[in-house]
Ligand binder design. Structure first.
Ligand code: SF4
Length: 78
């Protein structure tokens, strides 16, 4: 099983974001440490418009928010 290439650089994975520990651990197992990292909202934003648009309130399971950020960047609103 492969893991996300951004593990060592990702503030979420490095516990820099505010999130309840159990939820954080669950999301790490579901996204960062599994083959599902390609479904991660943070990775989607980073790979589509740039890591500078990945904010500290974006969690791996927030795909709707990720798509909103991407469309705002593409429309020049961010
Ligand atoms: S939160 Fe997303 S970008 Fe960060 S390490 Fe996990 S899968 Fe990768």
């Amino acid at each position: 099983m492969t893991t996300c290439s951004r593990l060592e650089k990702c503030p979420f994975y490095k516990n820099k974001l505010i999130i309840e520990m159990g939820v954080g651990d669950f999301l790490k197992k579901e996204y960062c440490l599994s083959g599902n990292y390609d479904k991660c909202a943070r990775l989607l934003v980073a790979s589509t418009v740039g890591v500078e648009y990945v904010d500290d309130t974006l969690y791996p399971n927030n795909l709707d928010k990720a798509k909103k950020i991407i469309s705002q960047v593409k429309m020049g609103l961010k």
